[in-house]
Design a protein around this ligand. Structure first.
Ligand SMILES: O=C(O)[C@H]1NCC[C@@H]1O
Length: 389
């Protein structure tokens, strides 16, 4: 009998949770495939509340150390939602992260990873509708309608055969997001003296112009690095600016901006109406590089698919991108130094609710695990490293 079997079978442990780990442009997605309890609620948003109120210990266990790490990200598959019951989606998902709020409303990088996994899994217990997915023999593309908290996302996955059994890791996964839109432009934000960060003080500046607040399944504040006082953009440059300084600047900006609730009005859903992230944007000859601080200041390693949706909507609003045009390349500070890891965003259609954006990128498997908690574990839900208060 192997050690792992002994651990799982002979030791008194709490519920075993099985996960598949993937990365998209370096950003992890821990996909929870088995061991998560059935969520209560009529709608996916109600189930999201149930996950937060009743099962947050599982999120903490999988995201926090020692099983996760400070930048971990997860996806919990939800087999049945109000939309799968009506035949409008194939499966549901809840996204989770490390912050106190715990659960995102949209995630592009995880959608790209899930696209591959949901085609590849043959386990109907994990994905009961797996064999009902639409597959186009001519293009070799399998289509998945993924019910995310923000709405249905249409994912297209190239497969290696005409039967749609296995995803093709050499080709990008694409998805069409929910309608994306801009709620505000050129917002002047006054930073009180006690909250100013060093680079602002260096420039004797107390006001920051945020280019836009835009929605791509979640609300983003889009701001340039130079506007925050970082003259070398998203590079260490001559002034040796650091990530810690960007963290302080964006955290401060987010705190102040979050108070302005009118900027995050969602036309239908109060649960979607909050500022998720400050995205620092740098325009380049090739497209845009971004540094995304989301949730409780996690840094996205990927170019942030939902913010690609938001940024494409903003670019259409400004006339920089056209509906049906070629679109734009989006990089993160990680993908820009690892060639072939960027996302591509295109404006596909203008609807009355916003722009439908197509995002494409690539994801890869990194592992599979069964996580347990021993009965006498003194830190059952893990921990986040920080100075004690
Ligand atoms: O790609 C995305 O959209 C996500 N990545 C982490 C933060 C966002 O939710």
């Amino acid at each position: 009998m192997d050690v792992f079997h002994t651990l799982l079978v002979d030791q008194p442990t709490t519920r075993t949770v099985q996960v598949i780990d993937m990365h998209t442009s370096g950003e992890p997605t821990r996909i929870v495939v088995k061991g998560y309890p059935k969520l209560e609620g009529e709608t996916l948003l109600e189930m999201r509340r149930c996950a937060r109120e009743k099962h947050d210990d599982i999120r903490q266990r999988l995201m926090f150390e020692p099983r996760g790490h400070s930048e971990m990200y997860g996806a919990v598959l939800v087999k049945e939602t109000e939309l799968t019951k009506r035949g409008e989606a194939d499966i549901g998902v809840l996204f989770c992260h490390n912050g106190p709020d715990g659960y995102s409303t949209m995630c592009g990088h995880a959608t790209i990873a899930l696209g591959r996994f949901l085609v590849d899994t043959q386990d109907l217990e994990v994905f009961p509708n797996r064999n009902k997915l639409a597959h186009d023999n001519a293009t070799g593309v399998t289509a998945i309608r993924l019910h995310a908290p923000c709405g249905v996302v249409h994912v297209s996955v190239y497969t290696q055969d005409n039967l749609g059994r296995t995803s093709d890791p050499t080709r990008p996964v694409r998805f069409l997001g929910v309608p994306s839109f801009v709620t505000a432009r050129d917002i002047e934000v006054d930073i009180p003296p006690s909250q100013q960060w060093k680079r602002l003080r260096d420039h004797q500046c107390s006001r920051v112009k945020v280019d836009a607040i835009a929605y791509g399944g979640a609300f983003y504040a889009l701001v340039s690095a130079t506007e925050l006082g970082f003259k070398d953009g998203l590079r260490r440059g001559d002034s040796n600016q650091t990530l810690a300084e960007f963290d302080e600047a964006t955290a401060t900006l987010k705190r102040i901006l979050s108070e302005r609730k009118e900027l995050y009005a969602h036309p239908r859903e109060p649960d979607l109406a909050f500022l998720y992230s400050v995205m620092v944007v740098e325009k380049t000859d090739q497209g845009e590089t971004g540094l995304c601080f989301f949730a409780d200041q996690q840094i996205d390693r990927s170019p942030t698919g939902s913010c690609v949706m938001a940024r494409v909507a903003f670019a259409v609003d400004q006339g920089r991108l056209q509906i049906g045009g070629e679109g734009c390349e989006y990089e993160s500070i990680v993908s820009v130094v690892n060639e072939g890891n960027g996302f591509h965003g295109t404006a596909v259609e203008q609807t009355s609710e916003g722009v439908i954006v197509k995002v494409q990128g690539r994801a890869f498997y990194t592992g599979a695990s069964s996580f347990v908690v021993e009965q006498h574990d003194t830190m059952p839900n893990g921990f986040v490293v920080g100075l004690p208060s």
